[in-house]
Design a protein around this ligand. Structure first.
Ligand code: AHM
Ligand code: MG
Length: 332
């Protein structure tokens, strides 16, 4: 078998050897360790009592929490808190951010914002789901509790971002502002191995992803754009193929590799948009831009939005650059 570089070794060779960068590597390795726990839980969910189905409560956004949402959330919080490089987190599943309060993590230099298990509606039906994360340098003083200002930074301040896709294989894809690299989890050695070096999103593609059940609930300009995707008069000269998994991570990953666009516009039911700026859109925007793609609300660059609250939602257009540009042109 070919020799693949392990994530740990890759981080070691990539990062400048100052202490800050070492700490960032530590955060990424902790996230990778937590994701291995979640990956195993996802794989055996059908066999274990208490893993499938609804938790019986709602998260702060009024959405039904699945048991695995909560299990994954706890796994990431637990590993990051013990790791000591992170002083606090915010997660899609928790109403407020969490400031870690042990001696080690109080001086942690970073905060992590994450969606522990994206694609909740697919958990029980064995369809790909994922974790999405964003890493920022704290702006609060070291040794003080993490603050809300640490969490509400613009996406342009991200020092790293990534996702883990629990699909036909488990993959971790991340950027620290120096391109995008993907690592496949080898189940035999439990090691993330570099399998997709320097990933580039094709400038255009032939896939579009949207929940078209919402088509009559959107701005009519969105309908015009979707008609364009479906027509022979588009830039491909033939209708694009519709592909909507309903797990953002999986739809994004396909578009990253094959080229395509994902859109979740404002709808009557979700007038601000459905997806969360901090846990979903900013990290994927950072990755898309680093891979040569583009992410927008339709009118603004995602990463330049100043967040006003933790669970802020936005309209999201992400994917191949020329396709996102075309969608934006339809909205004008
Ligand atoms: P979640 O984080 O609660 O799973 O919500 C995010 C998901 C995305 O993964 C997916 O693209 C979208 O919501 C699906 O929404 P819908 O069912 O409205 O199409
Ligand atoms: Mg999500």
């Amino acid at each position: 078998m070919a020799h693949f570089t392990a994530l740990k070794d890759f981080l070691y060779t990539q990062q400048p050897k100052d202490q800050n960068e070492n700490d960032l590597s530590k955060v990424l390795l902790d996230l990778a360790e937590a994701s291995k726990i979640v990956s195993k839980d996802v794989c055996r969910a059908g066999l274990v009592d208490g893993f499938l189905g609804a938790q019986g409560g709602q998260n702060i956004q009024g959405e039904e929490q699945q048991k695995l949402d909560v299990i994954a959330d706890n796994a990431f919080i637990d590993v990051l808190e013990k790791g000591g490089a992170v002083c606090g987190i915010a997660s899609e599943e928790n109403e407020d951010f969490v400031s870690f309060d042990n001696d080690k993590s109080r001086s942690g230099k970073y905060v992590v914002l994450f969606d522990p298990l994206d694609g909740s509606s697919n958990i029980d039906v064995n369809v790909s789901i994922g974790t999405i994360f964003s890493i920022y340098k704290r702006i609060s003083p070291s040794n003080q509790p993490a603050s809300i200002d640490d969490m509400l930074q613009k996406g342009t301040a991200q020092v790293a971002a990534g996702y883990v896709l629990y699909g036909s294989s488990t993959m971790l894809v991340y950027t620290s502002g120096n391109g995008v690299n993907g690592f496949t989890l080898d189940p035999n050695t439990d090691t993330f191995c570099l399998s997709h070096a320097d990933m580039k999103m094709p400038v255009k593609g032939r896939y579009y992803a949207m929940n078209e059940g919402n088509i009559n609930e959107c701005n009519p300009k969105i309908i015009d754009y979707i008609r364009y995707c479906q027509s022979r008069n588009n830039d491909y000269g033939s209708p694009y193929s519709g592909r909507y998994i309903g797990s953002l991570v999986a739809d994004f990953h396909r578009n990253l590799i094959k080229g395509g666009i994902y859109i979740y516009p404002c709808t009557i039911n979700a007038p601000e948009g459905r997806l969360r700026l901090l846990y979903e859109c900013n990290p994927l925007a950072f990755i898309s831009e680093q891979a040569g793609g583009m992410s927008s609300t339709g009118t603004a660059r995602i990463m330049e939005i100043k967040p006003e609250k933790l669970h802020e939602r936005v309209a999201f257009f992400t994917g191949s650059k020329s396709m996102v540009e075309k969608a934006i042109a339809f909205l004008k």
